[in-house]
Design a protein around this ligand. Structure first.
Ligand SMILES: [Zn+2]
Length: 452
């Protein structure tokens, strides 16, 4: 061979040599940005399936789709694990301010609410800013609609008004409850979400109103004006229906019985497209495992993807999983959950419920020992923190949870609204997240690190 003829061979071997010396994290990152598989999947989930409330045909379609995607990726042991889920339907709903300034109000009934009587109900509105204010008014709200106009002070702090508002108002004889949407900003976008009744009091209909409408009714009341609203809601709860978690694996080569779970929830509310909540988490964990599979990386422990059903209004998927897997909970090394949108991952939070403070500190140190796998992703903090709702039933039993902390700067602006749609998702953010999650989870699956 002439030296010139050797050149192509030399180039091929140099290229292969360079790939071979690259760390898994760098290879996963390049592959994620080359293929953008999470973005393509999310577009399909949002455009062709749409919102996926428990009990809807769309959730069944999403479950079948996710199962097919796992099989196409070559995952092992792809299957469904059954769970019975609640079946709440919104029905037709509308609201109108009759006094002092007639106009239509943009509302969303809260998940689990009963409907109004046929033809709706009409009543004066009493605006309160807290449960304390309601308690002071007591029986004065009898026959009225109570509006909880509570500014957003963080989701965990404010969501209690959405969840418990109807029960508290019913205690004093109110005929309905309205709740200022739980979110920091609004473009006349009401936010739905789950609510719960207290069996001690009547079930009254409840809906969210927009920040715009809520603050307006507050101003009207402050001026001493009578605020009168007509509310119509066709919501009802039907019998539970069968649903399922979708599961697939990359089996471990050396310790297949030890499992690292990657998870997100497939169900969503019935408005928008469930793009951020939690389509993004779903396609991110699916893509993370697919990247590992596509690059031929072989984890020593098993990586298991679980796409949950019914996070939004029942958590039945997470509960059924804990019950069905009690015998192996001790072998679940950690359960990751991504459920705070599509913006870039900023942290991984280790959630150990049954450990002593000393054991927590030691566990965090061993998790931080894997942080070199995050080098290509800039600063991602590894710390103690909360994990996700779906993994919480097993985390309560001692399974280590790992919460995936996204930037979430605009997450609650559109959470549970008609505006939670695909166009808000950044393509590169999804690729970054899938690769970072894949890299960190792979490092954990390669290690002997244990937290329990
Ligand atoms: Zn969610």
């Amino acid at each position: 061979m002439t030296p010139l003829r050797c050149l192509p061979l030399l180039l091929v071997s140099l290229t292969l040599g360079a790939q071979g010396s690259q760390k898994p994290a760098e290879r996963l990152r390049s592959e994620a940005f080359r293929t953008h598989g999470a973005y393509t999947d999310l577009a399909w989930l949002c455009d062709r399936i749409g919102p996926r409330l428990s009990g809807s045909p769309q959730l069944d379609q999403a479950i079948a789709w996710a199962q097919a995607r796992m099989k196409a990726a070559g995952f092992a042991n792809v299957h469904l694990e059954p769970a019975m889920v609640p079946h709440w339907v919104r029905g037709r709903e509308s609201a109108e301010m009759l006094l002092p300034t007639p106009h239509r109000l943009n509302i969303l009934g809260l998940g689990g609410s009963v409907g109004t009587p046929e033809g709706g109900l009409t009543a004066d509105v009493v605006v309160v800013g807290s449960f304390d204010e309601l308690d002071k008014l007591g029986g004065a709200v009898k026959g009225k609609i109570v509006l909880f106009d509570v500014p957003f002070q963080g989701y965990g702090h404010t969501v209690v008004y959405r969840h418990d508002g109807a029960a508290k108002a019913a205690k004093y004889g109110a005929v309905a409850a309205l709740v200022r949407s739980v979110g920091p900003v609004s473009l006349d976008t009401p936010h739905t979400g789950v609510m719960g009744y207290d069996p001690a009091y009547p079930k009254i209909p409840t809906a969210s109103v927009t920040l715009e409408a809520s603050t307006q009714m507050r101003r009207m009341q402050d001026r001493g004006e009578q605020v009168r609203v007509h509310l119509e809601m066709g919501a009802q709860t039907l019998p539970d229906v069968p649903s399922a978690n979708v599961v697939g694996e990359i089996r471990g080569t050396e310790k297949p019985e030890e499992v690292v779970i990657l998870s997100g929830h497939l169900d969503s509310w019935d408005v928008g497209q469930g793009a951020q909540d939690d389509g993004a988490g779903t396609v991110t964990v699916l893509e993370a495992a697919r990247l590992i599979q596509a690059l031929g990386l072989k984890p020593r422990r098993t990586l298991r993807v679980v796409l949950w059903t019914n996070e939004e209004n029942g958590l039945r998927g997470g509960l059924a999983y804990r019950d069905a897997h009690r015998a192996e909970l001790g072998n679940i090394v950690a359960a990751f959950e991504s459920d705070s949108g599509s913006e870039r991952i900023k942290s991984f939070g280790l959630d150990l419920r049954k450990a002593t403070p000393e054991a927590r500190t030691a566990a965090l140190a061993s998790l931080k020992g894997l942080a070199s796998s995050l080098e290509p992703f800039g600063s991602i903090d590894v710390r103690l923190g909360g994990s996700g709702a779906d993994v919480s039933p097993m985390v309560a039993e001692g399974v280590p949870g790992i919460g995936v902390g996204h930037a979430a700067t605009h997450y609650f602006d559109i959470h549970h609204t008609q505006a939670d749609t695909f166009d808000k998702v950044d393509k590169d953010d999804l690729a970054f997240n899938a690769a970072a999650l894949a890299s960190f989870a792979f490092a954990l699956a390669q290690s002997d690190v244990k937290f329990q």
